[in-house]
Design a protein around this ligand. Structure first.
Ligand code: ADP
Ligand code: ASP
Ligand code: MG
Length: 322
């Protein structure tokens, strides 16, 4: 059987109802013939709540203890999902990052995965179990300390596990139905992309598109993992992150604070047009800075969302030479 890695983000496992829905989906995917490894995030806003608790105790938590605290979030989800699968008659076992053999360097709060031994994962798969792995965490084998990978790090856990296990697929299941031409919460008519190149996805992620963590895109590119970003709420196909470059000059627009970034192979040719569009809408902006497949500009946080909508309406969908 072929291995499929699925990662479910915080909103997708936010409460017992959502965890039950994920368990149904996992059961059905397994019945379709996959050996399944399921990476989970902490439920809903648990990680923020844990950070809040630490902040009530001290403004300067020891990094080791902060990692001990934060890794508890994913541990809750993994155990509950395992219980939900047992309830459905599906054999399943949950592992922390350390138990799964996810080895990292020693940097608390922003560790890098150095190797995945994955012995217990493979063993449990061969026993016919669904293996649930806590995202965003590992262990530094030198000091035998638990580490975390930085916010959004469960995406990286999924990609690295897919590479280490030689998985046939790596699905990132989230609360939107794929990667869009802009954040669909800001731009309601943003379009879902069928596919996006690693380079464009990395540029969008670096510029604030939360849908994939930058480091997971670098891992996918370096290890040749095709990532399928899709909704955990529907069965619709999502977006494939692959080697294939786009034909369109502009692939997408990301924003972070007051900085907007246009991403795509031909965005350098859109600088004048972007500037006139903003001017026509009375939005003042800083200089447009072009750099290998991206153009960045500053508009100030208060105009950011309207500027993204304005640029999206005027630039997305243009063909080369238009
Ligand atoms: P998860 O909890 O599943 O990891 P995240 O909140 O980290 O999910 O990422 C999903 C969010 O990314 C979406 O809810 C959406 O608002 C945001 N997002 C930003 N830019 C984009 C984009 N270009 N395409 C899709 N989603 C985007
Ligand atoms: N729970 C962690 C976070 O909120 C990791 C993740 O969800 O990927 O950042
Ligand atoms: Mg995320």
């Amino acid at each position: 059987m072929s291995i499929l890695v699925q990662k479910y983000g915080g909103t997708s496992v936010a409460d017992p109802t959502r965890i039950s829905a994920v368990a149904d989906r996992v059961r059905d995917t397994r019945a379709a013939g996959y050996d399944l490894v399921v990476v989970v995030s902490a439920m809903g806003h648990t990680t923020d709540q844990l950070l809040g608790l630490a902040a009530e105790i001290t403004i300067n938590p020891p990094p080791r203890e902060l990692d001990m605290l934060l890794t508890a979030g994913e541990r809750i989800t993994m155990a509950l999902l395992a219980m939900a699968l047992h309830e459905r008659g599906v054999p399943a076992v949950s592992y922390t990052g350390s138990q799964a053999g996810i080895l990292t360097d020693s940097s608390h709060g922003g560790a890098r995965i150095t190797r995945i031994t994955g012995e217990r994962v493979r063993e449990s798969l061969s026993e016919g179990k669904v293996v649930i792995v806590a995202g965003f965490q590992g262990v530094d084998p030198e000091r035998r300390e638990v580490t975390t990978l930085g916010r959004g790090g469960s995406d990286t856990t999924a990609v690295e596990l897919a590479a280490a296990l030689g998985a046939e697929g790596c699905e990132i299941l989230t609360d939107v139905s794929g990667v869009f031409t802009a954040d669909p919460r800001i731009v309601p008519d943003a379009r879902k992309l069928e596919s996006i190149s690693y380079a464009d996805m990395l540029a969008l992620a670096d510029a604030g598109a939360m849908v994939l963590k930058s480091h997971s895109v670098e891992s996918a590119r370096d290890r040749g993992v095709v990532v399928h970003v899709r909704s955990s709420f529907t069965d619709d196909p999502g977006t494939l992150v692959t080697d294939d470059a786009s034909d369109a000059p502009l692939v997408g627009i990301a924003h972070d604070g007051g900085t907007i970034t246009l991403v795509g192979p031909g965005v350098a040719g859109l600088v004048d047009r972007a500037s006139s569009l903003l001017g026509a809408h009375g939005i003042t902006h800083g200089p447009l800075v072009a750099d290998a497949g991206k153009v960045a500009l500053e508009v100030g946080p208060e105009h950011c969302e309207s500027a993204v909508r304005c640029l999206h309406a005027g630039l997305v969908g243009l063909e080369v030479g238009q």
